[in-house]
Ligand binder design. Sequence first.
Ligand SMILES: Cc1cc2nc3c(=O)[nH]c(=O)nc-3n(C[C@H](O)[C@H](O)[C@H](O)COP(=O)(O)O)c2cc1C
Length: 416
Amino acid sequence: MSDPTNPHIKERDTAQWALYQRENFLKQSEGQLPLFNTDPRKMEERAKEKLSEGGWYYASSNAGMSTTHLANRQAFHRHRLIPNQLVDTNTRSTKTTIFNHTVSAPIGFAPIGINKIYHPSGESAVATVASELNLPYCLSTAASTSIENVASANGTGPRFFQLYMPHDDELTISLLTRAWENGFDALILTTDTWQLGWRHDDVATSNYAFYRGFGAEMGLEDPVFRKRCQADGIDPDVDVVKASVKWIDSVWHGRAWGWDKIPWLMETWKRISGGRPFAIKGIQSVGDARKCVELGVDGIVVSNHAGRQVDGAVASLDALERIVEAVGDKIYVMFDSGVRGASDVVKALALGARFVFIGRLWIWGLSIQGEEGVRHVMKSLLADLDILMGVAGFNGVDDFNRDILESGPKNYTLAP
Ligand SMILES: Cc1cc2nc3c(=O)[nH]c(=O)nc-3n(C[C@H](O)[C@H](O)[C@H](O)COP(=O)(O)O)c2cc1C
């Protein structure tokens, strides 16, 4: 099936991820079964069974009628890969580089808040797996584990910090300093979420864990935020719920920032970190991508937040195509929103993304089986990618280009 003594394995510079398939096929002979089915549709069902109604709604809610989420998936469906035969892929490599790190694959953990509502092991479990697989981990400002504890779980793994920027510069500086001192060596500012989009299920069920005391750990351990609490008569060690409400209201403040603030943030981060990369996440328009280039931003994440912010917005993959045409050679372009398997990763790279982030896939893994679940999902995704490259004739990420894609008619649909 997949010979573990294949001599080429030793010649490869990345693991024979494909062997994870063999491991799972052998399980029945050992009186076991694989952990769970990694078909995204099946994982979604399992996660729904496992989670509380609130956890499920928060993970699955999209903006409005979910039309952007659907558009994200339709765009992947419209693009088709063209496999090549009889290519010697025996020493293929899945590795790539991102922000001065050589990593196992062009796949990273997207920043996702409040992981403890999915599993008590929360962000630490996810960061542990990321480090083990040498895939970048991106920590959300809305996390339910402190910067310091996530860093310790992530060890020597590559890690980045995602900022929701408070309207309080001293607090921002404090967060960036802690992130840098704890090994987060790239900063990613998310600009599409001054507040959450209108997500019917969450609103209808008053589902906001942040107002129930979850997701403030990053603030509760921050010296500047603690000062702010004290000034308001809140003891963050005693009145956790009040402090949490204050924290999340200062992170998702409902107040927009403008482009004029970007030079300050970029300079501040570069000063603190000694010049490490700064990127903006949430870019969907060519105009915004050009502004990032003009301002000297190091990277952009073409993302529509998994369709959770603006209902009826363009598919992130379609935005990617246009943005790469305009600025793909001038800035490091990353991508997310709607990736559900290795073929989606390859399609995004073929359209010009240099790196892809994954969100819901690992949330489901975490919800179903904690750390083991995240490991299972991500190892399966790496195996899926490795096998796809092996059977479709791709030897490395540089082989993913427009020539390997065929695009169907724009009105090609996929049932919701
Ligand atoms: C439940 C959930 C929570 C999220 N939390 C954050 C967050 O805290 N910060 C952020 O920048 N993006 C957040 N995102 C967006 C992700 O970083 C990423 O853009 C998106 O999930 C990618 O799409 P995918 O889930 O289809 O892979 C969140 C997404 C989901 C589904």
